[in-house]
Design a protein around this ligand. Structure first.
Ligand SMILES: [Zn+2]
Length: 259
């Protein structure tokens, strides 16, 4: 894979990309986006993710997993259905998985069960994990301390403070940084200035969380250049260094990108 920007978390299977997929992909390639990773969300998104991974094998990579906001009471059946596809694709990670107490606190125990089950699978399959955690940093860290995935992983869309970043690094994991770093109301730039780039990967979370000056629109991988520039400013380095370091980090944490 040529050196460039890797969007480590993009829901490009979203219906909002159907109409201008080829143009969106060209804009991204023109801005130096050399690879994208599509997280799975639930049973229904799986065929879509698989479709893009097989039709764009050098540019789209896929993750296998059940999103915490999609964990239903029959979570074990959901996971069984998803894991029937575990051998069909060269999955680069288990994701996105985790805990979300922002939308629904009452489902914590089943979210926890589904997370545990997927952490055990990640260890068995020797794959890294991509973690979604919202209003649940401490609970997620506790789960990972209990069932630490040997292949590591990424806290996707990291928006925490300095000590939360250190907790992630203590788990030997990475933080995914996207559009939020460009927002006025965030301490992420100060956190990055302090922790540096050694454990940072880039992501858009497209179509969500577009960077300034595109807020309110559908996010897309080509706009990662805004994120790169903001990180470079925060860390007082050249944008090229942000690209090079995050590229190497992405290949380190997601080694199957190179297969
Ligand atoms: Zn996501």
């Amino acid at each position: 894979m040529n050196l460039g920007i890797i969007d480590t978390h993009a829901h490009l299977n979203d219906a909002r990309f159907k109409e201008d997929w080829a143009e969106m992909r060209q804009r991204a390639k023109d801005q130096g986006v050399v690879a994208t990773i599509l997280p799975n969300v639930d049973v229904d998104t799986l065929p879509e993710v698989q479709k893009y991974v097989s039709s764009e094998p050098k540019w789209c990579f896929g993750m296998l997993g059940l999103h915490p906001c999609s964990v239903e009471e029959n979570w074990q059946e959901q996971l069984n259905a998803i894991w029937q596809h575990s051998n069909q694709v060269n999955w680069v990670a288990i994701g996105e998985i985790g805990l979300d107490l922002y939308w629904d606190k009452t489902s914590l125990s089943r979210q926890q069960d589904a997370l545990d089950w997927q952490l055990i699978k990640a260890a068995e399959m020797d794959l890294p994990v991509c973690l979604h955690t919202r209003n649940a940093h401490a609970e997620t860290v506790a789960s990972l301390q209990r069932l630490r995935p040997p292949a590591g992983g990424v806290f996707h869309c990291f928006t925490g403070n300095y000590s939360e970043a250190v907790q992630v690094f203590d788990l030997d994991m990475y933080i995914g940084i996207g559009g939020v770093v460009t927002y006025k109301q965030t301490e992420l730039r100060e956190v990055l200035a302090k922790v540096g780039l050694n454990r940072v990967v880039l992501e858009t979370d497209s179509p969500y969380l577009p960077p300034v000056p595109h807020r309110g629109k559908r996010n897309e991988p080509s706009w990662l250049t805004e994120v790169v520039h903001t990180i470079a400013q925060a860390c007082r380095c050249h944008p090229q260094r942000v690209i090079e370091t995050t590229f190497q980090n992405a290949l380190t944490v997601y080694p199957k990108l190179q297969n």
